[in-house]
Design a protein around this ligand. Structure first.
Ligand code: AMP
Ligand code: ZN
Length: 112
């Protein structure tokens, strides 16, 4: 999608602090970290949110989770939280599917 911030980040058109990339996805540190470690994992393909996952792209969604698991291990994270906000009320501000990975501090439940 031409006018999407995260499509542009995945394409390298807007600079970011890369954590990991492959042909299907891109991971980078959040510009406004909410924990000592806070990065985002996004598909290169524009999908608006988790609500846009269906039978046709379920394998891609699984890949994103596998990447989260692998990168977290590589970074030595033994406890972390994975969050994806869907829609405005849940706090989604960028309409391109992304998983937040947060680690390095105590976290409360339920989330605010
Ligand atoms: P959400 O509010 O769940 O849609 O998450 C969007 C996240 O993207 C927020 O945590 C922002 O801090 C982060 N963000 C926005 N712009 C950038 C950027 N240029 N580089 C890295 N992270 C960003
Ligand atoms: Zn996009």
């Amino acid at each position: 999608m031409s006018d999407c911030l995260f499509c542009k980040i995945a394409a390298g058109e807007i600079p970011s602090n890369k954590v990991y990339e492959d042909e299907l996805c891109y991971a980078f540190y959040d510009i406004d970290p909410q924990a000592p470690t806070h990065f985002l994992v996004i598909p290169r393909e524009h999908i608006p949110s988790v609500a846009g996952i269906g039978p046709d792209n379920a394998a891609l969604a699984g890949h994103l989770l596998e990447v989260i698991s692998r990168v977290a291990k590589e970074l030595g994270l033994d406890s972390y939280r994975v969050v994806s906000n869907i829609g405005e009320q849940a706090g989604q501000s960028v309409p391109h599917l992304h998983f937040h990975v947060l680690s390095g501090r105590d976290m409360t439940w339920p989330p605010g």
